[in-house]
Design a protein. Structure first.
Length: 266
């Protein structure tokens, strides 16, 4: 059982992330500019400062675990993920493009991986003050209240689909445009919150073509513990303890998941 089965450790972790997100991320919203990284993605002062502060906080309280941050070097990321002790996986600002553009939809995502399994996950939306969290085999929660994936929608045609078209292969993207199976579609810009919003039933089906481990690790556990279902486009488990991008298909209920998977076949 994870150390975070202990309520004291769990509350310390949650409150620490909330405080740091408000201090390092929300305080900088609409006040700073961004620069381009080598891969073309955006980087802001909030990304770098949140990662630094979070790493210090985690090492002070739980020094036994290694650390993998989105802004760490690739070698550091690989070494941390292979650590037998376990490692933290942090996305300091998930939805940096939104953050840098003044769009109030971004989050901080933190997961703890031990022996190739996600033991705990926290995603905090500082704008809405919503803390989604989960511990392996102990369920999911939203602001300390139990979170259970459910929805009144019983068919795809009633659903809101959260779909990132940019990262889908062209044949699938074209099929979804020409043969949209849902009532309406959204692409909101924070992978971590995408997972959480499906867990909360705010979108009922989800598809994304390529997510990094820091994007999805915490959200995957939250949806899993809430009772939702997910897989890759190839039908494999989404979480993989490697620095490789993964596709994701998810839904709030088993029946919607089955119908959604069937529609996504090209």
């Amino acid at each position: 059982m994870s150390i975070f089965a202990d309520s004291k450790h769990w509350q310390t972790l949650k409150q620490g992330i909330i405080q740091l997100a408000k201090q390092e991320v929300l305080s900088r919203f609409e006040k700073i500019s961004a620069e381009r990284k080598a891969d073309g993605s955006l980087l802001t002062e909030a990304d770098t400062e949140m990662q630094k502060a979070t790493q210090v906080f985690l090492q002070q309280h739980w020094p036994q675990f290694d650390f993998l941050g989105e802004e760490s070097s690739e070698q550091v990321q690989k070494d941390a993920l292979q650590s037998p002790k376990g490692c933290w996986i942090l996305d300091p600002v998930d939805g940096t493009s939104n953050f840098a553009s003044g769009i109030p939809f971004f989050s901080v995502s933190l997961a703890l991986v031990i022996q190739g399994k996600v033991a705990a996950g926290i995603i905090y939306d500082p704008v809405r003050e919503e803390l989604f969290a989960a511990r392996q085999e102990l369920g999911a929660e939203l602001n300390d209240q139990p979170l259970v994936a459910s929805c009144w929608q019983t068919s795809l045609k009633q659903c809101i689909g959260i779909v990132d078209f940019k990262r889908l292969e062209l044949p699938l993207a074209q099929k979804l445009i020409a043969q949209a199976p849902y009532a309406s579609q959204r692409s909101i810009g924070s992978v971590a919150l995408d997972w959480c919003w499906v867990a909360a039933g705010r979108g009922q089906v989800y598809c994304h073509g390529a997510q990094n481990i820091w994007d999805y690790a915490a959200g995957w556990l939250i949806l899993e513990e809430a009772g939702g279902q997910s897989a890759t486009l190839d039908g494999e488990a989404v979480f993989c303890s490697e620095i490789t991008k993964r596709s994701a298909v998810a839904a709030t209920t088993p029946s919607l998941f089955k119908a959604w998977q069937q529609h996504l076949k090209v």
